[in-house]
Design a protein around this ligand. Structure first.
Ligand code: SF4
Length: 367
């Protein structure tokens, strides 16, 4: 079982790092957690360009000149949790919808016709709307159409993840939102999600079920982003030791405007986000790093090749949003509105290859 270190201790460790610690970390081939703390510290800010160059170099060696592309499909915005920061929170008076199996297949068909081969099925956390039977039925319908079908839904048991894996789901993303245990209780007002430890143990249950890939991350804008980065490093380190054959990704969701008008508790600038991405790349050369359409196109274009390995494109965050023109009931408004073709054109113009398919179901061995 993974025990997340005390959040305030992580913040303290980071604040104590000085320029000499940063230089030492930059000189190392294989970084330890204390090196990650140094690279996340304010003392590392003057070294940002050096970090970017090292991060770009490692990314090029491990992933080549490629960027993998995917799109989310929002299945349902019903949610029984009250998360203070989220547009889908049970309190918010938004139009609620859960797609039928046919509607979900239609949405997927639209993305398939646009050229997507990797999709991420997302939903609010309400088992009355989206449960393992529903997800299994969708997976069985979509698995021959797409190379990879990932999910981002409520945490489940290992047994349920195994069922979904056997139905064709290839990856699961589950973000801790914040590794600050005290703040976690403050922003998760009610619902099953209030159980910090059950959520924290979810990536291990996913990996134990045999899923090919597990995604972790924290919502940026709640707690000290530097300590969140170090906590992610601890979590990743532990997961790698326990599940050496699983692939891992980290996402960097920065808070966006959403229903409920929650204001971020911490401002995370683009420079901060970049430092976090570079630090994690240097710490874990093999981890997939995801920058979604939450970020503006200018930022995403500038970060290409510097550390991130996967971008979403042409995204809509409302259930059924691809088949209609309005985005009523969306989780948050996106920052990059370009289509898959437009994002691919940008990637090619910068001398990289957009990759819509890097996996095939034929490779998957059932449990
Ligand atoms: S963050 Fe997830 S669990 Fe919380 S309200 Fe939004 S959809 Fe529900």
């Amino acid at each position: 079982m993974f025990y997340s270190p005390d959040f305030r201790m992580l913040s303290r460790e980071i604040s104590q790092a000085g320029p000499a610690d940063v230089e030492r970390a930059l000189g190392r081939k294989r970084l330890q957690l204390h090196d990650l703390a140094a690279l996340l510290s304010p003392a590392a800010e003057p070294f940002l360009q050096k970090m970017a160059a090292r991060s770009a170099d490692i990314t090029l060696k491990r992933f080549g000149r490629t960027t993998q592309l995917y799109a989310p499909i929002y299945l349902s915005n019903y949610c029984t949790n009250r998360c203070a920061y989220c547009g889908f929170s049970a309190d918010n008076l938004i139009k609620r919808k859960c797609l039928t199996l046919d509607e979900a297949e239609q949405e997927a068909g639209i993305l398939h016709d646009r050229g997507f081969q990797h999709i991420l099925l997302v939903s609010g956390e309400a088992e009355s709307a989206v449960d393992v039977d529903y997800m299994e039925a969708i997976a069985l319908r979509l698995r021959n159409k797409f190379a990879a079908v990932a999910i981002e839904i409520q945490p489940m048991s290992t047994e349920h993840y195994r069922r979904l894996f056997n139905a064709g789901i290839t990856a699961v993303a589950v973000y801790q939102e914040t590794y600050d245990r005290d703040l976690y209780k403050t922003v998760h007002l009610s619902g099953k999600k209030r159980d910090f430890d059950y959520r924290l143990e979810t990536p291990a249950r996913v990996a134990a079920a045999g899923m090919r890939e597990v995604g972790i991350g924290a919502l940026l804008g709640l707690a000290d982003w530097r300590a969140e980065g170090l906590a992610i490093g601890h979590h990743l380190n532990w997961l790698r030791r326990e599940f050496w054959s699983t692939a891992f990704t980290v996402s960097f969701p920065r808070m966006r405007p959403a229903a409920g008008e929650f204001e971020p508790l911490q401002i995370v600038s683009e420079a901060n986000l970049s430092q976090l991405i570079f630090a994690l790349r240097l710490f874990d050369p093999d981890v997939g790093l995801i920058v979604s359409t939450r970020e503006e196109e200018r930022y995403r274009d500038g970060m290409l090749g510097l550390g991130p390995t996967r971008y979403s494109a042409g995204s809509c965050t409302a259930p059924g949003g691809y088949g209609k023109s309005d985005h009523e009931g969306e989780q948050f408004s996106v920052g990059d509105h370009r289509s898959l073709d437009e994002v691919c054109a940008m990637i090619r113009a910068k001398g990289f290859d957009p990759v819509c398919k890097d996996w095939d179901r034929e490779f998957q061995i059932s449990n």
